[in-house]
Design a protein around this ligand. Sequence first.
Ligand code: AHZ
Length: 313
Amino acid sequence: GHTVAVPASKVANLPHATAVPVKGATKTQSIEEMAGKWSDFSFAPIRESQVSRAMTRRYFADLDAYAESDIVIVGAGSCGLSAAYCLAKARPDLKIAIVEAGVAPGGGAWLGGQLFSAMVMRKPADAFLRELGVPYEDDGAESNFVVVKHAALFTSTVLSKVLQFPNVKLFNATAVEDLITRTDGNGIRIAGVVTNWTLVSMHHDDQSCMDPNTINAPVIISTTGHDGPFGAFSAKRLVSMGGLPALGGMRGLDMNTAEDAIVKGTREIAPGLIIGGMELSEVDGANRMGPTFGAMALSGVKAAEEALKIFDV
Ligand code: AHZ
């Protein structure tokens, strides 16, 4: 085996040496203290039911707490995660539920484009990278864009920050199947989301009695991406329920036009429903931009701003 010895004097100065104290834990150790002592090694004992309860108790407490949320973000791609970050940071008093159909949050932002690693962000979206503390390369004053060496570095950073906010809960592997609506004299108001396990949503045709669950919230931010197997969900549902006359339909690729249009157009499409990111291209008939992600980050920033306007009323 290969072990790396860390001098004892330095251990206390490493940030990860400060373990979070766990209630009832026998002893808090650093990984450096374990080094070279594997023959005496054993985990603290556990019973299987404790693992079950540790997970289920928290999950059901979250389902209970977030059944009434302040904001639901549908889709945890680059736009949804950017919106979540801004909202959770600005308003620690608001309960923010993120519902993501996939097991893995991040949407299309794990690669920069095709199967390439680097992620391009046009200026001034570099401001959002500085806000997150994501390192990037800038070719200097001549360059109108910056490059993050791997898209996964952006996505994992924004994701880890979002998940650390105490007022955010991510329900992944969970699909939004419908919108909760209220009708008053002024038409339809969106008042929450109807959810189901994604695997259940995929089997409504061959299994019965798999009714969904719900989350009530006065503001929904939908960022489900452009039309595809899961994409543009809320926009399409809004059309089918008569809340929007028709979809504009995403147009062909034009980076310059597309990114400005998505950021500027991010808004409350129907009362209580803000649409951002590439889902918006289906509403407005905007172009796609391909592998440039600045508009996704800044559409998220704007979606958060639009949501807070609703709360400030
Ligand atoms: O799983 C979807 C993905 O993670 C999720 N999602 C879709 N429908 C859902 C539903 N319930 C819950 N009904 C749902 N979750 O939404 C996420 C969308 O992420 P994305 O990366 O596809 O969208 P985005 O708008 O954040 O980023 C778009 C990135 C693109 S596409 C593009 C082009 O095609 O030209 N260019 C860019 C930068």
